[in-house]
Ligand binder design. Structure first.
Ligand code: PGA
Length: 265
């Protein structure tokens, strides 16, 4: 794994935007995450669109997950969130911003359909990811199957509690979600996991330096040959080999990959 440690959340957003922009310029299929962590990266990409002419016109987007039971109009649906926070502010065609259908009365069929749509699009290029305090990615909670496709997941009590800050009461947080499975996520070209703050330190330590285990779903990214983490010093504070990860970045040879692309690209 490539582990890029930055001093502040703002610097995390700049580095993450640098990587995502390389894919945007080639009109790629973007994998988008919701949650609070990627918002600063989205703001930096919106700024580059407005001030530097970064165009998303050739891009397509797939969200990681969606709550079951929330309509697209619900202000906490991820359909709504990604438009409010990102895609309504750039020049991507709204019709190609896809998310799982959380209102389908047969959610397992919605999951299959979504997974097939991702495959038919040619697959996700860069997949932006946050990480839950319990190590989840997407809504793949501990004990998730490591090879699963898009599927229905029951939210862990910790996730319901973490996400209740966005709802009027904890009772309003949906109990189930549709999520890209770990196998779906591992099919992407480059997983790009972002984390900031001390609250994520234990989860980051478990995913990077713990065993590959369904108990920490993010550890599945150890199996991908292009996983990149961009994390701030607080989120990195539980890691043992921080000096080595910084050394790897500082001593990267000129012929090695830079910001997610080979130097000759
Ligand atoms: P957060 O959520 O970015 O709001 O902390 C991350 C996640 O639960 O995946």
């Amino acid at each position: 794994m490539e582990i890029l440690i930055r001093d502040t959340p703002d610097e995390v957003a700049v580095t993450a935007a640098d990587i995502v922009a390389t894919y945007v310029r080639r009109g790629a299929v973007l994998g988008l995450a919701t949650g609070s962590t990627p918002v600063a990266t989205y703001q930096e990409l919106i700024r580059r669109h407005r001030e530097e002419g970064l165009s998303f016109a050739g891009c397509t987007a797939y969200l990681l997950d969606e709550y079951i039971g929330l309509s697209p109009e619900h202000e906490q649906s991820y359909y709504r969130f990604i438009r409010d926070e990102f895609t309504a502010h750039i020049d991507i065609d709204d019709a190609v911003v896809h998310s799982p259908d959380g209102l389908n009365p047969k959610p397992w069929l919605a999951a299959e359909k979504y997974d097939a749509a991702i495959r038919e699009s040619g697959g996700i290029s860069v997949q932006i990811l946050g990480i839950g305090t319990n190590g989840h990615i997407g809504f793949n909670e501990p004990a998730s199957p490591l090879k699963a496709r898009t599927r229905v997941e029951t939210l862990h009590a910790q996730t319901v509690s973490d996400n209740s800050r966005f709802f009027d009461s904890i009772e309003e947080v949906p109990t189930h979600a549709l999520t890209q499975g770990l196998g779906t996520i591992l099919d992407c070209e480059q997983p790009l996991l972002l984390a900031t703050g001390f609250g994520k330190a234990d989860a980051i330590a478990a995913m990077v330096e713990g065993p590959l285990s369904a108990s920490c779903p993010a550890s599945a990214l150890q199996m991908h040959d292009r996983t990149t983490l961009v994390i701030d010093a607080d989120a990195a504070s539980g890691l043992v080999r921080t000096d080595y990860y910084r050394h790897v970045e500082e001593s990267r040879p000129a012929w090695s990959a830079v910001d997610g692309r080979p130097v000759e690209a």
